[in-house]
Design a protein around this ligand. Structure first.
Ligand code: ZN
Ligand code: ZN
Length: 369
């Protein structure tokens, strides 16, 4: 990624390692590796790791087929490549010869067991621990370069949402809507969908993570559309619920309640406010409206190089919100066998208060066909 101060990130990381007495950090392909090295890849069966010794310089151990790519995309100059057919564990052991005697070693939470075991054998006596706390702390506040990607990514996702809502009509199958979502995301510039899209119509909408199936969309359906894309490694995640042909009184009442919960929660999300207060605010609106038992998940989650990351907007999280945090506000009401409504915005804490990154309208929409 351009304009990223990777050595600056390594410096911050090293300070955290010192504070937590971690001698070595080992990362695996995924969000943490992308954050620290600039190299973006999905995990595979070949050993590929970035090593950050607190008292040394970072190095990467990679399969030979990635050597050029790691040099081009990443900033770490010390790249050690092994070839297919080599003994990966023995190669790692050689690269770790100067690490013998290290005590506290933090491994990427996403590292596969086979690689964890290689580290375990290469570093006898070391205390292996989960690097997740350290990495989430580094990533929880977004830098200016990350904010500009998230901003553009959500503008693009707005365009995708507009295209998807525009194309909705009775008689379509949920699966077709899911395909429209994927195509709209790609057309808007996404590298991939963030996750399997949700196009939940009618009674299917009462399952918050239902994806899509073969149900045919009918007049009077509430349709929950929840999707996002990956842009330069960063994710988007937005939800709107629209009605086909008509919306009855219950649907309207539920919709307005969810909308109010969303708005009150976004208003409550200020720098310094504990995350759980935002969840309480959304929950209060829905509970006062008589649907408290039907709001069956937390109000939100952080977003960035992962779709779900810190800070979580949930009861019990006393973590004060800070400038530069990005997270979802997504209250919902789910009525089994009937319908569901969710409205999800991604907000950024900026100048003390939460501002929405996605701007597609939230007003109740009945699509006529
Ligand atoms: Zn979502
Ligand atoms: Zn979400």
């Amino acid at each position: 990624m351009e304009n990223v101060d990777y050595p600056g990130r390594w410096k911050r990381c090293r300070a955290f390692m010192e504070a937590q007495d971690i001698d070595l950090l080992a990362l695996t392909p995924g969000p943490n590796m992308t954050y620290m090295t600039g190299f973006l890849e999905t995990p595979g069966e070949r050993l590929l790791t970035a090593l950050f010794p607190r008292d040394g310089e970072p190095r990467m151990v990679v399969p030979a087929l990635y050597e050029e790519q790691v040099h081009r995309e990443g900033w770490i100059g010390d790249v050690r490549a092994w070839k297919d057919g080599d003994d990966q564990a023995a190669f790692l052991l050689e690269q770790m010869s100067d690490a013998a005697g290290l005590v506290n070693v933090a491994l990427d939470t996403r590292m596969w067991a086979r690689f964890v075991l290689m580290f375990h054998r290469a570093l006898p006596g070391a205390l292996l621990q989960d690097a997740e706390g350290l990495m989430q702390e580094l990533r929880i506040v977004k830098g200016p370069e990350e904010i500009s990607i998230l901003r553009r990514a959500h503008e693009a996702t707005d365009r995708a949402m507009a295209a998807v809502v525009e194309s909705l009509e009775e008689g379509q199958v949920e699966r077709d809507v899911a395909n429209t979502i994927r195509n709209a995301l790609m057309a808007a510039g996404a590298d991939a969908a963030s996750f399997r899209p949700i196009a939940a119509s009618g009674p299917n909408g009462s399952q918050p993570h239902y994806r899509f199936g073969d149900r045919v969309l009918r007049r009077g359906d509430a349709v929950v559309l929840d999707f996002g894309g990956m842009f330069a490694g960063y994710y988007t995640d937005v939800t709107r619920t629209v009605f086909l042909g008509k919306a009855d009184d219950t649907q309207r009442k539920v919709y307005e309640l969810v909308k109010e919960a969303n708005e009150r929660a976004v208003d409550a999300a200020r720098a310094g406010t504990p995350a759980e207060e935002v969840d309480r605010e959304a929950r209060r609106v829905i509970t006062d409206g008589g649907y408290g038992d039907h709001f069956i998940h937390r109000t939100g989650h952080g977003i960035g190089l992962e779709v779900h990351e810190e800070p979580y907007i949930v009861e019990g999280s006393k973590r004060p919100l800070e400038e530069g945090m990005a997270f979802s506000v997504e209250p919902g009401i789910y009525l089994p066998d009937r319908f569901g409504v969710r409205i999800e915005n991604i907000v950024l804490v900026e100048d003390g208060r939460a501002r929405r990154l996605d701007r597609y309208p939230r007003d109740l929409q009945v699509i006529s066909s």
